[in-house]
Design a protein around this ligand. Structure first.
Ligand SMILES: [Zn+2]
Ligand SMILES: [Zn+2]
Length: 347
């Protein structure tokens, strides 16, 4: 309970700083704008979170650049939020003021559609996403429905937790979707924030991991983390792959990634956005029961499983910290591949 009191209190006029996507466009054209906004008031099951750290996800970049159409004007991005609960809605009871909490991409579901009823809430027909439908963590405060907040493992600090909340969780779901049998070979195409966490889980599970990516720094990080082989994005892997994950948002890698699969292998596309996939030759890429599938968001159960696994396996994010005031710079650096691992904004 004592920790949160160290944070500065809300300004006298009740306002806070928040970044918003004002004019979607190329990141170097300045799509983000910094505003002063009223600190939000939690209603019902909502809790208010004083943001300590927010990870920078590629989805934020897609939103800023207009690849993802905004759900509403001037939305605050950010869905890898670590913070402290500082106020409760009148029917919120899961967390207490002062608790550390995580806020992730899936911010709400209807709980009643055919997908929610069968345990596939990631496919909910009326979902709410943090930092797209609702204001996210590029701000001093944000709100979340308590049922969608995450209790966080105690052994990991805020900066290293933040990237786990989307990059980590989605990567974990993609790894499950790639369906590599025990002791099998996994290919990872693209090696950024999500891939470098997923590789650690796969290696800890005893898979052989082959990383195919552009960027010398990314290849170096992959080698340091213990990848069995590291190559260029378009290279053929050194052995047929039982499963592969495409993290790079590059549809032109799909044919070569499918060619890299063994019979019956699965290629899981992890991103929310992908450039167009070239025409596929059936015999060359799909026959022999190779499978191409997407990965869409995650269930809360995926998130809880991954967070406990991350703590137990010692999954550690490689991070680059930025002050919250430099959010546009962090996005530009992500766009231009100027760092490896994951950027994290600090308040
Ligand atoms: Zn639903
Ligand atoms: Zn994300």
């Amino acid at each position: 309970m004592s920790d949160f009191r160290r944070w500065p209190s809300i300004r006298q006029n009740g306002e806070m700083n928040a970044w918003v996507v004002h004019q979607p466009g190329p990141i170097d054209s300045g799509p983000l704008q910094r505003l002063e906004r009223q600190v939000p008031i939690p209603f019902g099951r909502q809790i208010r979170v004083r943001v300590t750290c927010c990870g920078v996800c590629r989805t934020d970049l897609h939103l800023a650049e207009g690849d993802l159409l905004p759900k509403r004007p001037d939305v605050t991005p950010g869905h890898e939020v670590v913070g402290i609960v500082d106020a409760l809605g009148d029917s919120a009871s899961r967390f207490s003021v002062g608790d550390r909490v995580g806020v992730a991409w899936l911010g709400g579901t209807d709980g009643s559609c055919r997908f929610c009823r069968r345990g596939q809430e990631n496919l909910c027909t009326t979902p709410t996403f943090t930092g797209w439908d609702t204001d996210g963590g590029y701000a001093d405060f944000c709100l979340v429905d308590e049922a969608f907040g995450y209790e966080l493992p105690t052994g990991i600090d805020d900066e290293h937790l933040a990237p786990l909340l989307c990059a980590g969780i989605i990567g974990y779901r993609a790894l499950v979707c790639a369906a590599v049998p025990p002791g099998g070979a996994l290919g990872i195409y693209g090696f950024g924030g999500s891939a470098h966490l997923t590789a650690q889980v796969a290696l800890a599970q005893g898979l052989r991991v082959h990383v195919l990516t552009r960027g010398e720094a990314n290849r170096k990080l992959a080698a340091e983390l213990g990848a069995d082989s590291v190559g260029e994005a378009q290279d053929a892997p050194p052995e047929p792959l039982d499963g592969a994950i495409l993290f790079a948002p590059a549809g032109d890698l799909v044919p070569s990634a499918l060619r890299g699969l063994d019979r019956g292998g699965t290629l899981a596309v992890a991103g929310i956005w992908l450039s167009d996939i070239p025409v596929l030759n059936y015999d060359d890429t799909l026959f022999q029961e190779r499978k191409l599938r997407s990965v869409t968001a995650n269930t809360r159960a995926d998130g809880e499983t991954f967070l406990s696994l991350a703590e137990r396996l010692g999954v550690r994010a490689t991070t680059v910290g930025y002050p919250m005031s430099e959010a546009p710079q962090a996005l530009a650096d992500l766009r231009h591949g100027r760092f490896s691992g994951a950027a994290v904004l600090h308040n």
